[in-house]
Design a binder for this molecule. Sequence first.
Ligand code: MNH
Length: 492
Amino acid sequence: MRNAWSGHTFPHPAGRRRWMKDAGSMDPERPVQHILEHHRDLGPIFEIIVFGQKFVFVTDAELAAELNDEKRFVKANSPALEGLRGIAGDGLFTAHNEEPNWQLAHDLLVPAFTKQAMQRYHPVMAETLDELFAVWDAGTGRVDASADMTRLTLETIGRTGFSQAFGSFTTDEVHPFVEGMVTALTLGRRKGVIMALPGARILERRLDRKHADQLAYVNQFLDDIVVARRQGVTAGRDDLLGIMLEQAHPETGERLGDENIRYQILTFLVAGHETTSGALSFALYYLLRHPEALAKAQAETDAILGADPDASPSYEQVARFRYVRKVLDEALRLWPTAPGYARSPRETTTLGGRWTMTPDDWALVFLPLVQRDPAVWGDTADDFDPDRPKPRLASTAKPFGTGERACIGRQFALHEATMALARILHRYDLAGDPSYALRIDERLTLMPQGMEIALTRRTPMSGGEAAPAVDSTEVAPAAEPAVCTHSGSALR
Ligand code: MNH
């Protein structure tokens, strides 16, 4: 994680100290929000040095577009990702580009995210959503939005990917695996931060010991999932777990090892739910603040789903919720729930025509600012407007990352979130607490906190504007093609 930039010093927060450097200018509990609130004036590229580690942030769209160029740059593991290697190892998210298990797992798992695969997950996603609605209908009508969106997305990735339910809808308690996972994640982040310090090893070991029980529980839980599959009724299923356990690479015949499979399960359970849940929660937050957008979205759901509040869209219909999808895209532009990714050059190069960057250097594409760059989104860049025209430099809004290492679950997340949001809006009227001020919790992802919503059952209007008879064979192309942009396999 060397990041010397040939000795170059970028603009940095005022008040840098000789030993502590910029530690006083960052907030360990809410680093992303602190930058948005205090360091917007540091310019398109700036640095923060904490605990002996230099972080270089890129905040404007043009420099970000340059870093996104796969011909010159590749993914780098930021300290935050390196810190997670203790629990996620060479799993897809945390693997180094050149580690053989990345390509192997990527090639094996891309088929689990094709359109055909998504069509298999669709009914499971729909059923899970129905269970959430049953809980809501039986309850008080007041719900904690992010807690319930997290229940939904965890349950969905568990069931679709691993045939593993978490009982999220039958208890108010957080599943012990989730608690353990959060501990492990927090631990990883702390380790990532201190890694460059002298004596870090000792501190790391101390942290590990302190949480040993919970970490052991997480590992046991993951191993149990594998054992249950190998022996149980779900053996032979071709979900994520089935593919990992049973398939060999079509060309090399290689298989994933047991340890790597454990890393992948953890990776998918974590990556596959928090980010999507945050996206849904931010979308709900903005809809509550923008009644006109809410009304428009509800009208769209009426037009597509009709008068029956229990109507569940077919797989093809989900792509027709264009406005609902725009609401999610706009929420992810303003609050990208995975707020950044790191890039390094393949070979020594010059960034922005000025700064020498070697393969040992890396820069963070800081999405909350890149995606609010006034040069691209104008003076209203900070405003929520799902109908804003697509920007000229469209390629700079990248909440799912970029290139070969971009999110493998993008279509999964968008399908799941679009269907969930559409059905929620179709089925309920929502009211927020007008005095609620957005509070965002920063773990690995961004997540609104303490956002209560009052739900009342609504009577959808039959046949809004252009409500066509529900015809599941009609497939309108989505705003963006419904395919992943991953290398190799044709996913159409
Ligand atoms: Mn997802 C990589 C954002 C949903 C599984 N994801 C990434 C990256 C971003 C990202 C950004 C790239 C990180 C980097 O370059 O270092 N992911 C999201 C967002 C959502 C999301 C904003 C939801 C909204 N991700 C999902 C879902 C899954 C998933 C759902 C699984 C079902 N993501 C991954 C995996 C990777 C990844 C696995 C690593 C891919 C790779 O490097 O090969």
